[in-house]
Design a protein around this ligand. Structure first.
Ligand code: NAD
Length: 542
């Protein structure tokens, strides 16, 4: 069923109890959704706790089969998803299909197939000689109730890629979508309904930040947050107070290093796409470009020419490549960063102006040069259509480019562009970022096996990949002693003789030469003499 704005559900409710879906191309309210009150949260979490136990008791195969049903439901609603996401975020339909629909389908399909391998109990070999008579393994158990708090910029694929691993590992979920994209949140709720998951297993609670705070106050067993640094800090504090483990997927200030041996046509196209996809409102946007001096002029020229050709407008036009920004206040923040940069000597080569003729939230894609790290533009996240290009000295070791790329509080992702992929990989190991691509930008995010996450101001923990799946479980270690009738040498019944034997045992294993080890093994009160001969009756006389 195709969904047009007119056919979207409109719930009549009081001003305090709904969230509006606004088209950022026009600022028109196109739908209204019932919001949850913070007071509703304790009841929601109780429901989730009850149903989670049943869900976790099902076999992994049962849960994987449910994921495949979810995949099929997403597929059946793919047109609606693209329509609603595009209308609510302003992103072009092509981007809604690739980065939202396809990513969600691929993650769901992949984990339904891969989870049984990744969640299999793992045998743990024992290195310590004194503990070899044991057999141990790890098992993976659900946390219980996972709270997922999502941003607006990828409002479908981000929560789906977190709901799916949480579900397959046996958790229940409280999802709070962004208040800027409630239509997408409602669509996720419909899909959950369509798949007939047990009632209360995945609850979508619509509302703003106060609702998110109430969800954390209600004490979920894990919080998976994706959003801004400022909110991430508040969430980390709340989780810290309550000792709730968290994953924080926060902002980025991604660097692109362009070396002199690069294919300039490809690198400039990558810079323009990487900087302007989703109107530059992506955590993985290319924001800072460090280009080597000898090719800088030609590279900048190509970036400017390609930027000028981009088609800006409402995403309701399928040919449009750059849509509106999400809200005017976001546009004003970016304008302020540009203003600060120009005041400090930067030069805007193209763009930088609003487009009121197109709508209230349009900013031209902007290429700016002569930037440096004293400018806000090079230090703060720029959540808008801006690429800032700084020229660096040519160098075999790319020293200046690497130093500048690493000079940031963020550490999410980066890219290196070179004709020599070995050199690119070597430079990548020296960059401080969670993911680095050589000769591509951002597309690792679509690789289910690739971990995503950062360090510093970009947060902690990982999404996607096996590491992301393991964020959704508690690791349980189980150990079985294979000699259950033998008391352990390190238990009570301490004597001078045992201390001497213990010392000999340490020497037998760790002495730096074989000669010394052998001497320790065979001496009086040696390890052989006491350690292995003790039993329970020698320890306690009862
Ligand atoms: P935001 O921080 O404003 O909001 C994110 C979510 O947090 C929303 O659902 C919001 O309602 C909720 N929230 C706000 N205050 C809260 C509180 N006190 N307690 C609990 N929840 C609260 O972020 P945004 O504007 O929606 O998203 C843009 C930001 O997200 C950018 O910084 C971007 O880089 C980042 N982001 C990061 C990733 C990543 O994977 N690292 C992905 C997408 C977006």
């Amino acid at each position: 069923m195709a969904v047009t704005p007119q056919s979207l559900p409109i719930t009549v409710a009081s001003a305090r109890s709904f969230v509006d879906s606004i088209d950022p191309a026009t600022n028109q309210v196109v739908a209204r959704y019932q919001a949850a009150a913070p007071d509703d949260v304790p009841q929601a979490i109780e429901r989730a706790r009850r149903v989670q136990k049943e869900w976790a008791a099902h076999s992994l195969a049962y849960r994987c089969a449910a994921l495949l049903r979810l995949r099929d439901a997403i597929y059946s609603r793919r047109e609606d998803i693209a329509t609603i996401v595009s209308r609510e975020t302003g992103k072009p339909r092509v981007e809604a299909i690739f980065a939202e629909v396809m990513l969600a389908l691929d993650t769901t399909d992949f984990l339904a197939r891969q989870a049984p391998t990744w969640l299999r109990p793992e045998r743990v070999p024992h290195h310590n000689l004194a503990l070899r008579a044991k057999s141990g393994w790890t098992e993976f158990h659900p946390h219980g109730v996972v709270a997922i708090i999502s941003p607006w910029n990828y409002p479908f694929s981000i929560p789906i890629a977190q709901i799916v691993p949480a579900l397959v590992t046996g958790n229940a979920i409280l999802l709070k979508p962004s208040e800027l994209t409630p239509g997408t949140g409602a669509l996720i709720a419909e899909l959950i309904e369509q798949v007939k998951f047990p009632s209360g297993l995945v609850q979508v609670l619509q509302g703003a930040g106060d609702l998110g705070a109430a969800i954390i106050d209600a004490g979920p067993d894990k919080v998976f947050f994706t959003g801004s640094v400022a909110t991430g800090r508040r969430i980390a504090e709340a989780c810290g107070r309550m000792l709730i483990p968290s994953v924080l997927e926060l902002g980025g200030k991604d660097a692109m290093i362009v070396l002199a041996d690069v294919n300039l046509e490809t690198a400039s196209s990558a810079a323009v796409w990487g900087g302007f996809t989703n109107c530059g409102q992506a955590c993985l946007s290319v924001e800072r470009i460090y280009v080597e001096q000898s090719i800088a002029e030609r590279f900048i020229h190509l970036c400017v020419e390609k930027t000028r050709q981009l088609r800006v407008g409402s995403p309701s036009d399928p040919d449009v490549e750059i849509g509106p920004m999400i809200r005017l206040r976001q546009l004003e923040t970016v304008e302020q960063q540009l203003h600060d940069a120009v005041e400090r000597g930067a030069e805007i080569l193209t763009g930088g102006n609003r487009r009121p003729d197109l709508g209230p939230n349009f900013l031209e894609p902007t290429v700016i040069t002569r930037v440096n790290h004293s400018m806000q533009l090079m230090r703060e996240e720029t959540f808008g259509p801006v690429i800032a290009i700084q020229t660096v000295a040519d160098a075999a070791d790319a020293a200046e480019a690497i130093a500048l790329a690493n000079d940031s509080p963020f550490g999410l992702s980066a890219s290196v562009w070179t004709g020599d992929s070995r050199r690119g990989a070597e430079i990548a190991t020296r960059l401080r970022a969670g993911s680095i691509m050589v000769n591509d930008v951002a597309s690792y995010y679509g690789i289910c096996e690739a971990p995503h996450g950062g360090s510093g101001a970009s947060g902690w923990g990982r999404a996607h990949s096996r590491l992301g799946l393991l964020e959704m479980v508690q690791v349980k270690y189980i150990d079985v002693d294979r000699l259950p009738r033998i008391a352990k040498s390190w238990w009570f019944g301490y004597t001078a003789e045992l201390a001497a034997a213990a010392g000999s045992f340490v020497e037998t294993i760790f002495a730096p030469s074989w000669k010394k080890r052998f001497a320790a093994l065979t001496k009086k009160h040696g390890a052989r003499g006491v350690i292995f001969r003790r039993n329970a009756s020698e320890q306690f006389k009862v």
